[in-house]
Structures are given as structure tokens and as C-alpha cells.
Design a protein around this ligand. Structure first.
Ligand code: SAM
Length: 194
């Protein structure tokens, strides 16, 4: 039988990257503040953030491409009797639009492959309601996004940081959304759809 503490402990023991406590508290605060009742999450992992969001009373659709993560998430959600509140889609989110396109969401939470944030944003923001929000996690990426000296980092890490910087800039300049950035958790943003 799972409970939320055992799910968190499993994540820590098995190096499953889940949202940090401060980031989660901030996310739940946005859910309350914006009266969110329908959520699309990109990046389920083992269902930790989806479960925490569903426990606010919201309905959550969440997309996960990794088969082991997907199975573990299903197990945890079943065990907490949340199958009527959380639908997990086993797919690569870059190709899952057709499976969710008939829905509209109050919140899009992007928390999957960092290099693809711009693509996830472009694919799924048409499903965000007017006045709804997009929240992104890991936008500071352990302080690397703000660090001017990446000479000790690998080429692939430098490329990833460049993508996150470009994404932040694109968010800041996107006239269809009003975006604020927060140094909470690993760096979060909240974009309100005009
Ligand atoms: N939101 C989760 C939480 O806080 O409990 C953590 C998600 S973890 C940071 C990112 C997850 O996104 C991983 O499980 C990974 O397999 C998944 N992922 C990465 N790229 C993806 C993609 N293109 N489509 C679907 N899932 C993806």
C-alpha cells in the first residue's frame, strides 16, 4: 500500500527526479490562486506531483514516455484510489497531442525533458484556457542557466543550458502570455494566457 511519503521515499532511493518541496508548495499555491480544476502535466515520473495536484480536487491528465515510470505511476495512483482523478497516458508527449486535443485545461505543468520545453509549450498551449496558466519547472537547472562560465560543462550540457536560456527568453517575449520567473525550487515560471 503506497502513501505519499512512501512514494517520495521511493523516488529519493531510486534517483527518480521529482519536484522539490518548495517547487511543489509553489505549484499547489498557483492551483489555489488560479482556481485550477483541470490540469495537463508533461512528465509523470512515478506520479508524485500528479497525486499531489489531484489531492487539491483537480482532475489531472499526465503524460509519461518511460514504461517503468508509467507502470510505477499507475501502481501508486491505483493504490491511492485516484484513478478517477488522474489519467496517465503512456506516450512521448511530442506525439501525444491527439490523445488530449479534445480537452481544455486551466493549468499546463511542463516537467519533462528540458531540451524539449519549447516544443511542449508550442504543442500544448493551444489547450490552455484563456486566463489559464502554464507552469514550468527546472528553469534555473541547478544554477547553470544563470552561470556565464560553462567551460567545465560537457558540450551536451552546454547545449541544454542554451536551450533553456532561449526558452526563458521566448517566454519573456511571448505576447500571448504574461510570464513571471521565480527562484523557487529549481527555478519556476508562471505564464498567464491572455
Ligand atoms: N513531474 C514529476 C514529479 O514531480 O513527480 C517528475 C517528472 S521527471 C522530472 C520527468 C519525467 O518526464 C521523466 O519520468 C521522463 O521519463 C519524462 N519525460 C521526458 N521526456 C518526455 C517526453 N518527451 N514525453 C513524455 N515523458 C517524458
Amino acid at each position: 500500500m503506497s502513501n505519499i511519503e512512501s512514494i517520495k521515499a521511493y523516488a529519493l532511493e531510486n534517483q527518480v527526479p521529482i519536484i522539490k518541496d518548495a517547487g511543489l508548495a509553489f505549484l499547489l499555491e498557483q492551483i489555489k490562486q488560479f482556481n485550477v480544476s483541470s490540469i495537463l502535466e508533461i512528465g509523470t515520473a512515478i506520479g508524485y506531483s500528479a497525486i499531489m495536484m489531484a489531492q487539491t480536487g483537480s482532475n489531472v491528465v499526465t503524460i509519461e514516455r518511460d514504461p517503468k515510470m508509467y507502470e510505477e505511476a499507475q501502481k501508486n495512483i491505483n493504490s491511492l484510489n485516484l484513478t478517477d482523478k488522474i489519467k496517465v497516458i503512456h506516450a512521448d508527449a511530442l506525439m501525444a497531442f491527439d490523445q488530449v486535443k479534445d480537452n481544455q485545461f486551466d493549468l499546463l505543468f511542463i516537467d519533462a525533458a528540458k531540451a524539449q520545453y519549447q516544443k511542449f509549450f508550442d504543442i500544448y498551449t493551444p489547450l490552455v484556457k484563456k486566463g489559464g496558466i502554464v507552469v514550468c519547472d527546472n528553469l534555473e537547472f541547478h544554477g547553470l542557466v544563470a552561470n556565464p562560465d560553462l567551460s567545465n560543462c560537457s558540450r551536451s550540457l552546454r547545449a541544454l543550458v542554451r536551450k533553456l536560456r532561449n526558452f526563458r527568453e521566448s517566454l519573456a517575449n511571448n505576447g500571448a502570455f504574461q510570464t513571471k520567473f521565480y527562484s523557487i525550487g529549481d527555478g519556476m515560471s508562471v505564464s498567464i494566457k491572455n
